[in-house]
Design a protein around this ligand. Sequence first.
Ligand code: FES
Length: 262
Amino acid sequence: MTEPAKTTAPVVEFTIDGKKVSAPRETSLLEVLLEHGYDIPHLCHHWAVEPYGACRLCLVEVKKGRKTKLTTSCNYPVLEGIEVTTLNEKIFKNRRNMMELILARAPNSEKVKQMAAERFDLVAEDLPYEANYDGDDCILCGLCVRVCREVVGVEALSFASRGAEKEATPPFHDIAKSCIGCGACVYVCPTDCIGYSQTTTQRELKRWNRKLPMRICSRCGYPYAPIFQLNAFKDKTGTPPEFFEWCPDCRPAPKAPKPKAG
Ligand code: FES
């Protein structure tokens, strides 16, 4: 994924833990905090997609005028004059409560276990209630759904059902027929619960019941990408099919344009 586009929004000034900072108005507060080196826990945010506010680990306190409130920072747009506090007892306690729920939901996810232990001194065995583990480490952060829709432009996934039944799934719990096998969902998943494998002939995205044949480079024999992914790229860009015969390593480098005379 490429870098975020530069915005032309007017710059606003505000404070973070008493220090003056500036950023383009309406930028995600979490992104500003991370850019300034604040170590804010987060599991459901990626700059390439719209914020969703699902994990609630990125809580901070924001004072605007006379009102102070606890808020998720990923979906809080920065405004002139706000005063941000990144850590105090209340913030830590609320983040820790959220971490307990996430750990109960995904007790086998290495990334979740590591964050819970290192940042909140929590292990699944010591949770104050029984873990509601159903054999699935999905924490419903929605990153897979958002990246598929907003970045890949495919919409192979969506949320289905509500409450305890809610899940990220292909339509009608069927095979994700429109999935092109790009693997973006696997890349962004914070709990590694999608399940991915690849052989010389096939890539499999286990959670979406999707098996995709690989394009073999006709020069070196390397299975370099799923055929569906290359077809989607070809259709979008109008690239001639012969371009995909060779893998990127075997493809000749594009010729540099000739300098203009005079
Ligand atoms: Fe903000 Fe998850 S990163 S709610």
